[in-house]
Design a protein around this ligand. Structure first.
Ligand code: NA7
Length: 541
């Protein structure tokens, strides 16, 4: 076994949150090492290189809020693609020389806490050993991919690719392709590859209630004009809205608005595009079924207008008369030409609710009606063990030696969505019980990451050796997360990853803080103001 390498802080993951931790912890004069499985920076943007991969949050707010970083960076599109986001990470490296503190191609297998010395010991897949006082898990929401068990998959003679492990420069031109999954990923792949493949067969289980992206090019001049005047306001506004976007939900109940008011509001948000119709209109469609029905029927009408040229059966599959789940209680996706794709003669939609997937055959996929759908390439857009998978796939043992995976088998337990009792000096910046899953990524992660940095700074300045949430504080916070979840319709949504229902056997529970960014920020501020209330503190002797 190699010699132990010592640092103040070990960060796992070199995506947005890992870099936010690194950049800011370095400013405190701490030694930091980032351990990253991938071969370069980017986290989710390193892995997700499938055709059409792009962010669903708009710039400029989808980036670090540090003016040192936004001042000299220019985006080309409102919703940038993966290549441009990777270029952004390269730019961050040029600017702040982050890569010197990142060890790539290094997968962390285990993390074990030693109470006698207040240190974490991490072991990597390739046998390296690291030790640090602090462990910062920045494994993101979707780092553990999910492939359902399909009978016969090993017999398939063509190629099978999960979207999150896309082969570099892999080209589908002229191929016959089958795709399973119509989540955010599936929608992006489908609209992108339909024009270039020979034939595309889409296996849909649940229709995606997609919203129009309204993508557009943005010029450097346009951005320069806004930087001094508007960017600081926009980044400030991010922390004042429910989902960390520059627009907010309206607290007026949907059904209190007149029909005219409601239509005008919906039309306005729909035309603005992006997530505005979802988290920029009435707040109560998250909690009131009638309000939700109103949003769904508007959605259905809009989409039906787009697909009125399709066969009525196909229209029903894409935009059913009855909502497949409450609108917006599963993560909606943004689309550009998704609905028009189904008018193409080389695209077939198979509803696997009606004709279930029976098995993968050497030449394709057989459904329960006896049809064999033949293709050369099978694309699995089947998602991830979202929110918890990145953390529970590491063997993490705290004060009582119990792996976190075991501890969370009956439900996540956290304090403030960033720490857990019996795991001292361990934090996560973008994961369970934080607002991350319901917010613009950088907004949620910067908020949580800032609190982690404050905790570490407080400990260093006050000669504190370890801090760990008390069981009482954890129970109270976890109870609050569940209470907020139960106040909404979140648990009603079939197979939603927000509540763990996309993974067979996973505990069904709300996985994020659904009270909104300002409420979460206030909780964090109060904890700091009260001297890190809820943490048990051990001083250096
Ligand atoms: P998602 O949103 O979890 O989508 C996975 C898709 O795969 C979804 O359409 C599933 O159908 C489908 N799926 C999964 N298992 C099966 C089986 N066994 N049979 C048929 N279809 C299946 O993952 P994404 O990668 O699209 O997006 C994840 C998040 O990443 C996204 O929300 C953004 O935040 C970024 P289902 O809908 O469950 O019926």
């Amino acid at each position: 076994m190699s010699e132990t390498q010592e640092y103040d802080v070990l960060v796992v993951g070199a995506g947005f949150s890992g870099l936010h931790q690194l950049i800011n912890l370095r400013k405190l004069g701490l030694t930091v090492k980032v351990l990253e499985t991938g071969g370069d920076l980017g986290g989710t943007w390193y892995w997700n290189r499938y055709p059409g991969a792009r962010v669903d949050s708009e710039v400029p707010i989808y980036q670090f809020s540090d003016p040192e970083l936004w001042r000299d960076w220019t985006w080309s599109e409102k919703y940038p693609g993966w290549k441009e986001i990777q270029a952004y990470f390269e730019y961050v490296d040029k600017k702040l020389d982050v890569k010197r503190d990142v060890l790539f191609n290094t997968r962390v297998d285990s993390a074990v806490w030693d109470d006698s010395v207040d240190r974490w010991t991490l072991t990597t897949e390739d046998g390296q050993v690291f030790r640090a006082q602090f462990l910062s898990l920045c494994t993101g929401l979707g780092s553990k991919s999910f492939t359902p068990e399909f009978k016969g998959i090993e017999t398939f003679k063509g190629e099978v690719h999960h979207t999150s492990r896309w082969p570099e420069e892999y080209d589908l031109t002229g191929k016959r392709v089958g795709i399973i999954g119509t989540g955010a990923t599936g929608v992006q792949v489908i609209q992108e590859i339909a024009p270039i493949v020979d034939h595309l067969t889409v296996f849909q289980r649940t229709p995606n209630l997609c919203l129009p992206m309204r993508q557009r090019q943005i010029s450097a001049e346009e951005q320069e004009k806004l930087k001094d005047r508007l960017y600081p306001i926009l980044f400030g506004r991010r922390n004042q809205t429910f989902s960390g976007f520059p627009y907010d939900v309206d607290s007026k109940p949907t059904l209190d608005a007149t029909t005219e008011e409601r239509i005008l509001c919906y039309e306005d948000k729909w035309e603005k595009g992006g997530f505005q119709f979802w988290v920029g209109s009435y707040a109560d469609h998250f909690s009131n079924q009638q309000a939700n029905d109103a949003a769904y029927s508007f959605w259905r009408e809009k989409v039906r207008e787009r697909i009125s040229n399709l066969d009525p059966e196909l229209q029903e599959k894409l935009a059913p008369m009855e909502a497949p789940h409450p609108f917006g209680l599963r993560r909606p996706s943004l689309e550009q030409s998704y609905y028009e794709t189904y008018a193409r003669s080389n695209v077939t939609l198979v509803d696997v609710n009606k004709d279930a997937i029976e098995e993968i055959t050497p030449n394709g996929l057989k459904t329960s009606d006896g049809t064999e759908h033949r293709f050369d390439v099978l694309v699995l857009a089947t998602g991830f063990d979202m929110v918890t998978g990145g953390i529970t796939s590491i063997d993490i043992r705290g004060q009582d030696g119990v792996p976190i995976k075991e501890k969370w088998a009956d439900g996540v337990q956290s304090y403030l969505g960033l720490a857990s009792a019996t795991y001292p000096n361990m934090f996560w910046a973008y994961g369970p019980h934080s607002p991350a899953a319901f917010s613009n990524g950088p907004t949620g992660l910067e908020l949580t990451s800032d609190l982690i940095i404050k905790c570490i700074q407080y400990m260093k300045e006050n000669h504190i050796s370890s801090m760990v949430p008390t069981k009482e504080a954890q129970d109270e916070y976890t109870g609050k997360v569940h209470e907020l979840g139960a106040a909404g319709l979140w648990l009603e949504a079939k197979r939603s990853w927000w509540v763990g229902k996309n993974i067979p056997g996973k505990k069904t529970e709300i996985l994020g803080f659904s009270g909104g960014i300002p409420a979460y920020a206030k909780l964090c501020d109060d904890v700091v103001a009260k001297g890190y209330e809820g943490f048990q503190i051990k001083r250096l002797t």
